[in-house]
Design a protein around this ligand. Sequence first.
Ligand code: ADP
Ligand code: F6P
Length: 461
Amino acid sequence: MGSRSSFLIVANRLPVDRSIGPDGTATWRRSPGGLVTAIAPVMQSRDGAWLGWHGAPGEELEPFHDDGMNLIPIPLSEEEVQLYYEGFSNATLWPLYHDVVAPPVFSREMWETYKAVNLRFAEATAEAAAPGAVVWVQDYQLQLVPQMLRERRPDLRIGFFLHIPFPPVELFWRLPWRTELVKGLLGADLVGFQRPGGASNFIRLCRRLLGLPYKGNEIFHDDRVVTAQSFPISVDFGELDKLARDPQIVHRAKEIRFELGDPEHLLLGVDRLDYTKGIGTRLEAFGELLDERQVEPGEAVFVQIATPSRERVEEYRRLRDDIELQVGRINGMHSMIGHQPIQYLHQAYDRHELAALYLAADIMVVTPLRDGMNLVAKEYVSCHHDLRGALVLSEFAGAADELRQAYLVNPYDVEGVKRQILAAMRATPHEVARRMRAMRRRVSTYDVDRWAGEFLTALES
Ligand code: ADP
Ligand code: F6P
C-alpha cells in the first residue's frame, strides 16, 4: 500500500478475523457484529483504508487487501486483549452503556491498557492519513482516539460514531475516568449517536462535567465547535432484498421449513450470544406459552441462533450456561419424538443461510434489554419481499424508533412479550403485509448508504 489515504475508518476490529488453530494453521472469517455489517459496504464503495485489530493476539501483520478494501492491522498482545478488549471495553463500558444490565468492573489496570491501546490506534492513524484526510473513528473501544489524533494531526477532519447507546448522565457519572473519556470524544468535529437521546445525554454531560457552553447540538470547546447528532445506522437493503429473491435462497428457505417439520409458525432469533440481547426473556415467554397450551406442541418451532461472542468474559460464560440450561428444560418438557420446540444453534452462519432463515421465518423475535440499533431487525425486514413475516421488537432497541409497525414489546414484561407473540401468530396475512410494507419502505429509504452519506456530509461540511 505505502501511500497515505484521504479517507480512513478506525475500528477495534477489521472486517475479517484471523484465528490460529491448534495445529498452527490460520483461517480468516468475517468478523462478528453490526459494525462490520454496516461499515464494510461503505468502505467498499470508497477508496480508503481501514485500521483495526485482526483478531489474533500477539501477531503482527503487514497491511493487505481483502474484498476491495485496504486493511491495516493493529496488533494487540494477549495481555492487551484481556485488559483493553475483554476488560475495559467489554466488562466496563459495555455493561455501563447498556443500562448496567450487568455490573461493570472498574479496574485501574484495565483503564491504563485502554489508554495505551487507544494511543497506538491514534499513532497508526496519524501515520496513515494524508494531509487534510477524513478520519471516521468507530465505537466505544476507541473513545480516546479523536483527541489523541487531533493532538498529532490538527489538519484532519475527525468524526466519531458510537454504535451502542450513550447512557444517561447519572450512569456515566459512575466512571472514575469520565472526564478523560468525554475529552477524548471532544477531539472529534462530529460525534454521532444512534438515537437523539444519546446526543442529548452527551451534550448534557459536557455541560455538567466540563461546564461547556452549547447551542442546539453544537458544543463549544477549545475554540472549536463539536457537533453531537443522531444518525440511525442501517443495512444494505438493496443487497439483502436481491439476495432474498435469489431462487436458490427461496428454495433453501422452503427446505429449512421442511427440515423443521413444516410447523405452522416458525419463530426465529439471531444474535451474538450477549446478555443485552434478552434471549432468556424470549425463551421464557415461548416456554410459558407452551406450558399454558396457548401454543400446542408441534404447532411452532423456535430457532435461536446465537453466535459465540466474548467467550472469556465472565458474564458471557454464565449467560451461555443459563441459556443452555433453559433450552434443555423447555425441550425436555415439550419435545415429542421427531419434534423439538426449540432449535438452539451456537454457531455463526454465512449471509446466504441467514437470508434463507429470515425468509423462512414467520415471526422474528428481537427482545434486547437495551441495544444501540439492532441490525438483525432491519435485515429481517429487508429480506421479506413476500410481505410475509412479523417482527416482534423490543422498545429498548434503537430500531424501535423507526420500525413502529413491529409488534413492540417491553422485554421486562414477560406477559406482554407472550401477548405480542400470540398477536403476531394470529394476525391475518393482510395485517402482516400492511405492517411489513411500511417497515420495508422505511428501511429501503434509510439504508446504510444514506446513513454513511449523511454522516460524512455533515462531517465534511
Ligand atoms: P451487534 O452489533 O450487537 O452484534 P446487530 O443486530 O446490530 O448487533 O448486528 C449483528 C450482526 O451480526 C448482523 O449483521 C447479523 O446478521 C450478524 N449476526 C448475528 N448473529 C449471527 C450468526 N449467528 N451468524 C452470522 N451472523 C450473525
Ligand atoms: O456495536 C457493537 C459491537 O460491539 C461492535 O463494536 C463490534 O464489532 C460488534 O459488536 C461485535 O463485538 P466484538 O467485536 O466484541 O466481537
